[in-house]
Each structure stands twice: as structure tokens, then as C-alpha cells.
Ligand binder design. Structure first.
Ligand code: FES
Length: 312
């Protein structure tokens, strides 16, 4: 079946009722899950699942339901959605052929869906792992040995503070990180972090009057981020499940860090404003040299945990 297009006429089983004013997207399957039908004249818009769409032809969407059944459907709760201008969904254009416009992504039900899907995915993986374990165990034991190596607390130069022009605006810094497995030649991976030149108000939200001390694997202090230094670095991984996130304009919340995977939203201080993230964004040790060069210690923490557990 063709995809419903915005502004297509909507035909119920008995009569024409209006047009498609928005489409709603399932951000995981990246398919249209619902259309929104507007009757014009200021009446409420109604959300209709794709299961109720019988056919789509050029310019017309035919519904299975009658106009009175449509009128009984609850009005669209616009606040339960964000537009795709506010989130970023990878490869969306491969799946979605509607014209850009009011394409919505649901906010609140999402977490439940994700949990269910994640459960089945994990379940399948767990069965596979159990079957393969006797064969793989000796190899795994060998491969996992480097994981017990001490944390890498090297300072890495990521760029210049001159790149940051405005206070309280997230700026992405990309860099290469070298790593070495015991049995392989040295390799490089692409990494990114977000750095903010924070206003005193944001610094207070981050530090709450207490400087932040970082420790090595043995519990020894390695660095202290001080509230008097206005630069804050956040790990590039979302604490929910480790996706990359972006600095985005949100219609209601203003400028935020927004993770496209399950729509966790954080303010400039890293505080969770919405979504399934279990903890604020992870701050990293940061120091700024006199010439403006920024260096960080690139730490990683376990995703999905309320508390911060360092893994790299
Ligand atoms: S990984 Fe799930 S919200 Fe970011």
C-alpha cells in the first residue's frame, strides 16, 4: 500500500470527511503508525491507526470506518508528540515518503514499546548465547582479558574553546581515541562529547556548590572539576542505552539535549527533563589550557543504571 500523504483527502466508508493533516511515525520501525484527520473549520483532529486505512491512492486515503465512528474517536492529544524537526531519526528518509511537514513521533507510550521490544530482543539473544556458550567460553575468556586492564585516564585534546561562541549552548567535539587490545595492533575509534560554556546558574545546577572529584579504578583521586571553571564536558553517550544525542530546539522546553533513540531529554545542566533516562548526562574531567585548548579524560559509564558505574 502507498504511504498516506499530507493533505490527501480522507474518505470514510460513507463520505469524505477532511484531509490528512499530520502523520504519526513509529520511531523504531520508522513506519507510519497513524494518520491524523482534520475536518477543517476548526473541529478537533482525530488520530486513526493505519489498521483502519483500507486503501491509499494518489491524493485519497480510504478508511474502513464510517464518519460517525471517526467522530467518536478521541481528539489528537498534540502534547503527547514531538515533530521530527525536534528529533533525529537515522535513515528516516529510507522508509518515510511523505513530504516534510507535520510528521509526529509519540512521546509517552514509547518507553513501554521499547521495553517490550527490548525484552524480546534480549530474550532471543540470551537463548542464542546459551546455545553458543560451551563453544565460545574459552575464546571469550581470552578476549575479555583486556577488560580487566586499568582504566585509561589519559587526557585527550579535543579542540579549542574558541569553537564555543554562546553560553549554555551544547557544542559537539569529535575526536579519535586510540585503543590497543593485547592481541591486536593499535586502532583508533571515532568519539564525540558535548561541551558547554556554562552560565553561573547552570554551573550551580551541575555542581550544587560542591566540586566534582573523579577517581581511578583503585579509588584514588585523579582530578577535580571545579565550579569556578565554566566549561562542562558531557560523555557523548546517552545514559539510557548509550545512543548518541544532539543539542536541539524543543517547541516547549527550548534548547535541550535530545536523544533520538527513546526520546530522553536533558537540559543544559544534564538534568533529565523527560524520557526513560535513569540519570543525568555523565560529566567528564575537563581542563582548559591558557591558549584555549580543551582536554578531557574520556570515561564511559554503564548505561541504564541510576547510579554511575564506570566501565572505561
Ligand atoms: S538511548 Fe534511550 S533515550 Fe537515549
Amino acid at each position: 500500500m502507498q504511504q498516506p500523504k499530507l493533505k490527501s483527502k480522507v474518505q470514510c466508508a460513507d463520505r469524505e470527511v477532511g484531509e490528512v493533516t499530520k502523520v504519526i511515525l513509529d520511531p523504531i520501525t520508522r513506519e507510519i503508525s497513524d494518520i491524523v484527520v482534520g475536518s477543517g473549520g476548526g473541529g478537533p483532529e482525530r488520530q486513526v491507526p493505519m489498521a483502519q486505512v483500507q486503501a491509499v491512492t494518489d491524493g485519497v486515503v480510504q478508511l474502513r470506518i464510517t464518519s460517525s465512528e471517526l467522530a467518536q474517536r478521541p481528539p489528537l492529544k498534540r502534547d503527547d508528540f514531538v515533530t521530527i524537526h525536534e528529533v533525529e531519526i537515522a535513515h528516516l528518509e529510507d522508509n518515510l515518503h511523505v513530504e516534510p511537514g507535520e510528521v509526529l513521533v509519540p512521546l509517552p507510550e514509547l518507553e513501554r514499546n521499547v521495553r517490550r521490544r527490548t525484552f524480546f530482543t534480549n530474550f532471543t539473544h540470551a537463548i542464542g548465547a546459551l546455545v553458543a556458550l560451551p563453544l565460545a567460553f574459552p575464546v571469550l575468556k581470552y578476549l575479555m582479558k583486556p577488560m580487566y586492564a586499568p582504566f585509561d585516564n589519559q587526557w585527550i585534546k579535543v579542540g579549542s574553546a574558541s569553537k564555543i561562541k554562546t553560553e549554555d549552548v551544547g557544542v559537539q567535539f569529535k575526536f579519535k581515541k586510540k585503543f590497543k587490545e593485547a592481541f591486536m595492533p593499535e586502532a583508533e575509534i571515532d568519539k564525540n562529547i558535548w561541551i558547554l560554556k556554562a552560565s553561573p546558574a547552570v554551573l550551580e545546577q551541575v555542581y550544587k556548590g560542591k566540586d566534582q572529584v573523579f577517581h581511578d579504578a583503585a579509588g584514588r583521586e585523579i582530578w577535580t572539576n571545579k565550579q569556578s571553571v565554566p566549561y562542562i564536558a558531557y560523555s557523548g553517550k546517552c545514559p539510557h542505552l548509550g545512543c548518541g544525542y544532539k543539542w536541539r530546539a524543543h517547541k516547549v522546553l527550548g534548547q535541550v539535549f535530545l536523544c533520538p533513540c527513546h526520546l530522553s531529554i536533558y537540559d543544559a545542566s544534564g538534568k533529565v527533563l523527560d524520557g526513560p533516562a535513569p540519570r543525568p548526562l555523565d560529566t567528564l574531567p575537563i581542563r582548559v589550557a591558557g591558549n584555549g585548548d580543551i582536554e578531557v579524560i574520556d570515561m564511559e559509564f554503564k548505561a541504564g543504571k541510576k547510579e554511575q558505574v564506570r566501565i572505561i
